[in-house]
Design a binder for this molecule. Structure first.
Ligand SMILES: CC(C)(COP(=O)(O)OP(=O)(O)OC[C@H]1O[C@@H](n2cnc3c(N)ncnc32)[C@H](O)[C@@H]1OP(=O)(O)O)[C@@H](O)C(=O)NCCC(=O)NCCS
Length: 182
């Protein structure tokens, strides 16, 4: 199967996220919700753990605790499937009705700059919004400039710098996106 690799625009009909069957087309791939009862649960988690190990240094990685993280209450995971391959993923949680967090976002290195990160973030935000939260927050290493650009593109603002967040010498920006009360 061939894919249209051009970057999706917000006007593209296939860039809109629909909850139909928990799958949505975007950026030449399909965004899928991972559920415990998904038949491919073990394979997808395995693929994500492999990506997590490649992409993140130990202090930022959830590789060793991914299954545990996913088992936490009020946590969701979506992934981007391109021809049966997991090329990116986003994890989010809603600890209370007040706010939600994007706890992970990553795209496989050779699949970047094709709109997958943007599509995953957009879908994760939509998932959080269905919980009627007024704020989404996240932490990101200030050295991760592509991620920071992406978050700013969606309107996230830097709240503050948290020194020693990841490890003694790795800080994090806390960023947030607020929604107006309807
Ligand atoms: C951040 C990340 C998820 C972006 O994924 P991606 O699929 O390459 O992103 P997209 O192609 O959808 O790009 C969307 C936007 O992200 C930003 N961006 C992505 N790559 C960038 C780069 N190399 N330099 C600057 N901005 C970049 C831009 O704002 C871009 O919008 P634009 O194309 O209009 O300029 C990816 O780079 C990644 O996995 N990085 C490593 C993990 C990470 O840092 N995760 C976030 C912290 S938890």
């Amino acid at each position: 199967m061939t894919h249209d690799r051009r970057k999706p625009s917000r006007q593209d009909s296939n860039f809109r996220i629909s909850n139909r069957a928990n799958r949505s087309m975007s950026s030449g791939g399909v965004i899928v919700d991972l559920h415990r009862n998904s038949t491919n649960w073990a394979k997808v988690v395995d693929d994500i753990v492999k990506l997590e190990r490649k992409i993140f240094p130990k202090h930022e990685s959830l590789a060793r605790s991914f299954d545990e993280e996913l088992g936490k209450k009020n946590t969701g995971l979506i992934y981007m499937d391109v021809d049966g391959e997991v090329v990116g993923y986003a994890m989010y949680s809603w600890p209370s009705s007040m706010y939600a967090c994007v706890t992970k976002l990553a795209v496989k290195e050779n699949c970047r700059r094709q709109g997958h990160g943007e599509a995953l973030l957009k879908a994760a935000i939509q998932k959080c919004r269905t919980r009627n939260v007024h704020r989404i927050s996240l932490h990101v290493d200030p050295l991760r400039s592509p991620a920071i650009s992406l978050y700013k593109k969606f309107g996230f603002q830097v709240d503050n710098l948290i020194e020693g967040y990841y490890s003694s010498d790795r800080n994090a920006y806390r960023m947030y996106l607020d929604f107006d009360a309807d």
